[in-house]
Design a protein around this ligand. Sequence first.
Ligand code: NOJ
Length: 973
Amino acid sequence: MEKVFGYKDYLFKNCETSGFCNRNRHFANNIKENPNYKSKYAIDPQSIHFKSEDFIVNGNILKEVEGINEDIVLPFELSLLDKNNIRIKVDEEQRKKINLKNKLVNTDRYNETPNWSFQSLNLSYENRSGTKYDQQKDRLVIEYGTKGQYKAEVLYNPFKIIVYHDEEIQFIVNDRNFLNYEHWRPESSNAAHLSSEESDFNMFHDDFHDSRNDRIPLGPESIGLDFTFEGFKHVYGIPEHADDFNLKDTTDSDLPYRLFNVDIFEYETNSRMPMYGSIPFLMGLKPGVSIGLFWINSADTFVDIDKTSSDKDTKTHWISENGILDVMIMIAENPWDINESYGAITGYVQLPQLFSLGYHQCRWNYNDEKDVLEINSLFDKHQIPYDVIWLDVEYADAKKYFTWQTEKFPNPERMLAELDHTGRNLVVIIDTHLKTDYHISDQVEKERISINDPHNNTFHGQCWPGESVWIDTMNPNSQSFWDKQFEYSTDNEFMGKLSTNIYIWNDMNEPSVFDGIETTSPRDNLHYGDWEHRSVHNVFGLTFHEATYNSLIKRLSTTDRQRPFVLTRSYFAGSQRTAAMWTGDNMSKWEYLKVSIPMLLTSGVAGMPFGGADVGGFFGDPAKDLLTRWYQTGIWYPFFRAHAHIDSRRREPWVAGDPYTSIMRDAIRLRYSLLPIFYTSFYESSISGYPVLKPLFYETPDNLESYDIEDQFFLGNSGLLVKPVTEEDAKHIDIYLPDEEVYYDYTSGNISNTFQKFSGPGFISKSVELSDIPILLKGGSIIAKKDRYRRSSKLMARDPYTLTVALGSSGKAIGNLYIDDGETFNYKQGEYANIYFTATSDSIKGEISGDVGYIRSLDDIYIEKIIVLNVEDLSYIGIKQDGSQWEANFRNIDGNLIIENPKIKLSSEWAIEMHETKFTESDLKNSKNSNKSLKLDTKSSSPSLSPTAITYTGIIALVIGLIFYKLRSGVRV
Ligand code: NOJ
């Protein structure tokens, strides 16, 4: 079949045209074809020593090289860390001896990726119970895990690591002997240093588009290694790619999944092409065991996935251009523990300001102050809530960031004050390139904090403003320079006097260099420490948005809005600590709407939950139905922003007219009513690494069928199961229910909601209209929403809550709600409250825990409505709180109960007892022994609904509920 090359294929390398990937695949293919191949890599047993106090093993791997007598020494360090993480690092001894005349480049292998990626470099190993270490003749054996259920065998010759769970092999490092550590050699001795299975393709020069910029001063220095996931057919992660959730086989293609941050506008779907961000983290999943693999390397990386050579396993091959070999292997019995382990290393998502979970209105560009304020008031006219309006590059004078086009924005102070009036915010773009002939770039050059060319002079290239220089945020001196540009002080002309409702968007930080090969910086450019750009490429974007975050921390520290909001396009492992991301320049087409879901599920699994896609599509003009469906999908994105290209037509929600506008309005209002759930989910994620847009298998890790569902998700641990409609003209939708629990139809839209019951596992079919967003609420859940329309999230702060209680098949339900001030870091000092709801078929209870002062400040917040699904025959409801008791007003509609205005305060413990007959005093006192419990509706389609309800005391219910909840969610509560 003739191959068709697209424009993108021409612009970006594949494995064949990339020197190091080509050589590693060639090496692997030769080994595959030679069953008698004997690996050249072995651990020298004499070299091993063990530091028991730190649980670190050191030694040497020796690489045998044809044509030279001495082996290449590759010192390794193997350490056991908290949360069952094993780390192995391998360096190359001879690097210190390299002496390159007239070259300024650092000749070491880059080992500083963790300095940026990790939350802390002090990795500890404290939980040693169950750990044993045994050095045998041909291997090291380490038993670990709280019950000693894991074992790692480090084999000496050939070098391998085999990881077991309960004595069963789960994971093998270097299973197929693809370990390839290209050692340093001078160009002249190239041939002498090559083994028969190696290739010398583009070792010392790069001929991709004549790669005029890349001189490869250090020659070949790639690393390749294979990892087998034994018995796993599902692997997820390694964002960013516009592709399936469960990663595909790549062995037949010339493009493995590539991790190389690039400005890839109009990217294709169904593609393994590199994109704006890279997280070299993969999660393998099967019932009972989950594996996390973190390849700690920030250079250009390719990952080959082989699902075809074995019926039961997934084999992976990782190839990076350079750097030390640094790998973390995580093992657990479920996926959420892997998220916790990964987050313990790279950090958890920042708890965002509440406003940033609201709706963001962006386009390139809102033209001037008048335009901004007009859009602002049109939202009110159309009664659509929103929180943030955005300004793209045109607001700045000649795209010189840190300036305003003063004719268009004569008075930013006034504009921000006007937005602030209704609790709204502004985000402005600040990119990493800085226009030349401008005092900011002059200073960057003068202070020597730029990215430099190979001669160590400031590098100049092209980007939006024309000729530009790039600030090197890897240089420690850059931070104070950057801080000054954001300072909250009258000396700072750009934003020093502005009210603090202004936040930052960092774009083009891959970095995008229009005239660079693959639209980025030449690889032999230099960063601080004389590191070549090729070594740091994928982490550079993180250093940039982290510098902005740090500057905003300082700017906001003395104000009442302390938590920075930064959006970044480029990201790496660890970016979740300081920024939200979006999926870049998508198109106004159905397939981009559809792929946004697996893309965001993937970034959630890879520890970066705060993400979204441009609602409506960046390029093009979406048809009205597509735009409407995109809003109905976008309201579930953790980061919910509409954005459009400068050449596209205006498309704010009111432009399309009714019925579209009303449907979009309803969707956005639904997002606002669910903000308490989003915020609670973010809080949970910020302490556990748990995805906010949660793949189905987190609820049902034992159900293999649920592993393949990539167009549905749960909203955190709320029990809300969503399948947005992403097909044009859809009249029906099939929804997969992953377990036997009862699911209540919670579809939002025209269909009058009967809370019809379904149960799985399996697919159900529903008819849908354009106004419908298919949602189900899982039995066993209690959700807390705020249903009143306000202009922005800030104005909702004191609004009352509506609870929906969805009793599960066991007759119980639980839920929780996290609250704090939504803006400051006071929650870190304990100023927050956690509210736990529990229900059985005859009682509902609320308990609050947290800081007493903070809880008292919630005194004016009420629960205004409680909906209990699936109850009947009710005649009396009694409420108790703060020593008083009263009778509630309620209605029974279609077998569901609505308690109107129960007058319950959020700030103290309360209980509702539901009975068929009126309580007496002694009933209330002895309610825990009551046998007058309500009957669940036994006409349910769910086979397992219990006809007899169970009664518990509040405390027992709470404890059981929490255990149940924790089991379901894996979240520490
Ligand atoms: C590229 C970004 O991806 C896009 O969102 C933005 O509008 C343009 N740069 C202009 O700044």
